[in-house]
Design a protein around this ligand. Structure first.
Ligand code: BGP
Length: 487
C-alpha cells in the first residue's frame, strides 16, 4: 500500500552530540586507570592517520609506556572531561540535547585488560556521568570500544589479532552492561569498525613483523572477524540482560563516486563501496557476503573461524545501524592493475569544497548514504557523528563566530531531512562534537569540531575554560524547533 513519507523529523528524534573517551577524558593515570593504545600515540602535527595511529610498533608502544608524562601524548590529556563532566553536561543540556554519546575507556574498567575484577573507581565514574545526564533528561549513547584497548592486551597477545581478545572484551562488555543497562538504552560495539581495514588504530594489533600488504590484510581481517564474533556475543548478552536495550553497529560511511562514466572507474567505485558495506552486511544481515570471497581469494586471505562463529554472527545481528559521516571520496581505476579493490586510487573531487584538512564537504553524499543503507537493510539509522574540523579564532568579544560550521551542519541536517522525506528511517543526529577535543587522526587541538570552545592548545597551554560558539546557539534553535528552524 502506498503511503506518504514523513515530511520532517520524527517527534522523538535524538538530537545531540558525540565524543570519545580517549579524546576528551584525560586523567589517563588517575583512579586506577592504566594506558590504552590511544594514549601511546604521539601528536602528529599536521600529519595523517597513516603517519601515526597505524604505524605503532611494540617498540614505540614500550617507549610510550615508559614515558610517564602527557607532554608528547595529547590523548592522555584530552580536555579533562574527567574533572569537567558536570559543567560539560550542563552546557550540553542547555543546548537542548536529547542524547549524548560517550565511550567507556576499557582501561578505566579493566586497567591492563586481563584482571579478574573490574576497577570500582572506574565504574563509579561512569555511573556518575550517566546519572548527571539523566538529571538533565539526556539519553546516554555508549560506545563500548572507541579506538582503544588496554595497551596491556596489545603487548600481551597483539590485541584483536588474538582470539583471546574476544574473551577479555566480553568480560569487559558484560561488566559494563550489568552496571549500566538501567541507565543506558543505546549501545554501540565498535566505533567505525571498517577503519580496521587500515590496521592498528582500530584492531590494536601491530604489524611490524609483516612485510607484504596481503599479510597485513590477513591480520586485519582476522582481527575484524574476532570483533564480529565479540560484537554478536555482546549483543546476545545485552538482550538477555535487558530486552529494552538496543545494540548498534557503527560504520564510517564515506560514499565513493567513480571519477568518470568509464565503467572501469564505476567498477572500482563499486568495489570500494562494497568494502565499506561488507561490515554492515556481516553485522546486520549476519553473513559474510559472496563478493568478499572474491576479495579474500585475490588477496590470499584465509580467516580462521571456530565452529560456531558463523552461527553466532547470524543469530545475533545488531538492532540498528549507526554511522559517522564526514565526506565522500572519488576513485579512478588504475591502468593495468587487477584484483578486487586494489585497482583504484583516490582522486580530487572538483565539484566540492573542502575543509582546511582536505575533507570534502558533501551533504548530498549523506543523503545518498542514508538511502543506500535503508534500501539494503531496512533498519533504523542513527547518525552518531557529523561535523567539520577546522581552526577557530576567538573574537575580540571572547566568542568564536563560526558561520562555516553552521553552514556545514545546516546543509547536512537539510540532507538528513531530505532522506527522511525519501522514506529513510533516521532516529537521531549527533554532532561531532558538542565540545572541542583532541583530534582522533592528528592529535591536534587546533583541528576543532566543537560547538563549545575549550581554551586548550596544541602545546598543552590554556585555561580549559569552556565558552559556547555561535554554532551552539544556532543548534539550540534547531533542536528547539525539531529541525524546522535551520537558518
Ligand atoms: C571519526 C572518529 C572520531 C573523530 C572524528 C573526527 O573518525 O570516530 O573519533 O575524531 O572522526 O576525526 P578527526 O578528529 O581525526 O578529525
Amino acid at each position: 500500500m502506498y503511503q506518504n513519507n514523513p515530511e520532517t523529523f520524527p517527534k522523538h528524534f535524538l538530537w545531540g552530540g558525540a565524543t570519545a573517551a580517549n579524546q576528551i577524558e584525560g586523567a589517563w593515570n588517575i583512579d586506577g586507570k592504566q594506558l590504552s593504545d590511544s594514549g601511546c600515540i604521539k601528536g602528529a602535527g599536521t600529519g595523517s592517520i597513516a603517519d601515526t595511529l597505524d604505524n605503532a610498533t611494540r617498540q614505540s608502544l614500550q617507549e610510550a609506556i615508559d614515558d610517564p608524562s602527557a607532554d608528547n601524548y595529547p590523548k592522555r590529556r584530552g580536555v579533562d572531561f574527567y574533572h569537567h563532566y558536570q559543567e560539560d553536561i550542563k552546557l550540553i543540556a542547555k543546548m537542548g540535547a536529547k542524547a549524548f554519546r560517550i565511550s567507556i575507556a576499557w582501561s578505566r574498567i579493566f586497567p591492563h585488560g586481563d584482571e579478574a575484577q573490574p576497577n570500582q573507581a572506574g565504574l563509579d565514574f561512569y555511573r556518575r556521568v550517566f546519572q548527571t545526564m539523566h538529571e538533565y533528561g539526556i539519553e546516554p549513547v555508549v560506545t563500548i570500544s572507541h579506538y582503544e584497548m588496554p595497551v596491556g592486551l596489545t603487548m600481551k597477545y597483539n590485541g584483536w589479532a588474538s582470539r583471546q581478545a574476544i574473551d577479555d572484551f566480553l568480560r569487559y562488555a558484560k561488566t559494563i552492561i550489568d552496571a549500566y543497562h538501567s541507565q543506558v538504552k543505546y549501545w554501540l560495539t565498535f566505533n567505525e569498525i571498517n577503519t580496521g581495514l587500515t590496521g592498528f588504530h582500530e584492531t590494536g594489533a601491530t604489524e611490524e613483523d609483516l612485510t607484504t600488504e596481503d599479510e597485513k590484510l590477513q591480520r586485519r581481517f582476522q582481527a575484524l572477524h574476532h570483533q564480529f564474533v565479540a560484537s554478536s556475543l555482546a549483543t546476545k548478552y545485552l538482550h538477555e540482560v535487558d530486552p529494552t536495550c538496543r545494540m548498534g553497529c557503527m560504520l564510517a560511511k564515506a560514499i565513493t563516486y567513480p571519477a568518470t562514466p568509464n565503467p572501469k572507474d564505476a567498477l572500482a567505485a563499486q568495489q570500494e563501496n562494497q568494502l565499506t558495506l561488507f561490515f554492515t552486511d556481516v553485522q546486520v544481515r549476519g553473513e559474510y557476503p559472496n563478493y568478499m570471497n572474491r576479495y579474500f581469494a585475490d588477496h590470499n586471505i584465509h580467516i580462521k573461524m571456530a565452529t560456531d562463529d558463523q552461527m553466532i554472527i547470524k543469530k545475533y545481528p545488531v538492532d540498528f545501524i549507526s554511522i559517522s559521516y564526514y565526506h565522500s571520496d572519488v576513485t579512478a581505476a588504475k591502468e593495468g592493475q587487477t584484483g578486487f579493490a586494489s585497482n583504484c586510487e583516490h582522486v580530487h573531487n572538483d565539484y566540492l569544497e573542502e575543509t582546511p584538512w582536505k575533507w570534502s564537504i558533501d551533504p548530498d553524499g549523506l543523503r545518498m548514504s542514508l538511502n543506500e543503507l535503508w534500501d539494503r537493510y531496512q533498519k533504523p539509522i542513527f547518525i552518531v557523528e557529523n561535523g567539520m574540523g577546522t581552526t577557530d579564532k576567538v573574537g575580540a568579544d571572547g566568542v568564536v563566530h563560526d558561520p562555516y560550521r553552521i553552514a556545514y551542519f545546516r546543509s547536512h541536517i537539510k540532507a538528513t531531512k531530505e532522506a527522511i522525506k525519501d522514506g529513510v528511517s533516521v532516529i537521531g543526529y549527533l554532532v561531532w562534537a558538542p565540545i572541542d577535543m583532541v583530534s582522533n587522526s592528528t592529535s591536534q587541538m587546533s583541528k576543532r569540531y566543537g560547538l563549545i570552545y575549550i581554551d586548550l592548545h596544541d602545546d598543552g597551554s590554556g585555561t580549559m575554560k569552556r565558552t559556547p560558539k555561535d554554532s551552539y546557539y544556532w543548534f539550540q534553535r534547531v533542536i528547539k524547533s525539531n529541525g524546522q528552524e535551520l537558518d
